[in-house]
Ligand binder design. Structure first.
Ligand code: NI
Ligand code: MN
Length: 262
């Protein structure tokens, strides 16, 4: 009887594991806030009231799903830093949807020169609020030089973004960064529900450092990003999970490009 109970437990655990890793699932973690991954660091956050925010929209990345071409509404674009894998398709998307770009001042000057009509300049701890959705620029430990046709242009300081939605759900996109102790400040101040954390290594945290970041941030839900895009970005969600402290209650939702959680 006891072994039968163990078998049932095994089936249940296997089933829940399958549901939490399969592609195309939606999961009840965002309380009406939908988060879609387009591969690499590119995300769409749709608030409960329908405001659509793109972050680092490189929609031509090698892992981008075909659905990345079907975006039909954009209210705001956030760009964390000046590297091309984060600026991505910002200029054309901003023009097509008449969407302002939130970024640092050096990047804003560059993007304006490329034809972006409206930028909203923030610096660390600064915020922008519209329709009861608040965007806060936060620290990141990373470089930000813009490379354009052989020229190297100042891209200001790299950043992350905290998005506080109308219904209180808070999303933190870390951008490209190493782990830093002040992630604890981000946790204390904003209490993020959902965090997008780079885990690929080389240019950002790898799995071990990312696990430490998750421990400092203590969110409800962790979405690993910035891995697998190129062969060099070897960090994998399973490896990060192995470094997470057992007492941490955060749930790792290792979605695939094209997946949405809500
Ligand atoms: Ni970068
Ligand atoms: Mn990057």
């Amino acid at each position: 009887m006891k072994s039968f109970a163990h078998f049932i437990l095994f089936v249940m655990v296997t089933l829940s594991f399958t549901l939490s890793t399969a592609s195309g699932q939606t999961r009840n973690v965002g309380r009406g806030v939908k988060v879609t991954w387009y591969g690499h660091a590119a995300f769409k956050v749709e608030t409960a009231k329908g405001k659509v925010i793109l972050i680092d929209p490189w929609l031509d990345n090698p892992k981008a799903p075909s659905s990345a071409r079907n975006i039909d509404k954009v209210d705001l674009i956030l760009v964390t830093h000046g590297h091309s894998d984060h600026i991505g398709n910002t200029v054309e998307l901003s023009q097509k949807f008449d969407a302002p770009v939130v970024c640092n001042s050096a990047l804003a000057a560059y993007l304006t020169g490329k034809g972006v009509k409206k930028t909203i300049i923030l610096d660390y701890s600064g915020s922008y609020e519209a329709d009861n959705v608040k965007i806060v620029m936060v620290h990141a430990d990373h470089s930000s030089t813009i490379e354009d046709g052989g020229a190297r242009i100042d891209g200001g300081l790299a950043a992350g973004f905290v998005i506080q939605c109308e219904n209180g759900v808070t999303v933190y996109h870390a951008g490209d960064t190493g782990v830093f102790g002040d992630m604890k400040l981000i946790a204390d101040l904003y209490k993020p529900d959902i965090v997008m954390i780079p885990i690929g290594g080389v240019y950002t945290m790898g799995p071990r450092e990312a696990a430490k970041a998750c421990e400092l941030l203590n969110p409800k839900c962790i979405i690993p990003m910035h891995y697998g895009t190129f062969p060099a970005l070897t960090g994998a969600p399973e490896e990060m999970k192995g470094y997470l402290p057992v007492q941490l209650k955060s749930r790792v939702v290792d979605i695939l490009p094209g997946d949405t959680i809500n």
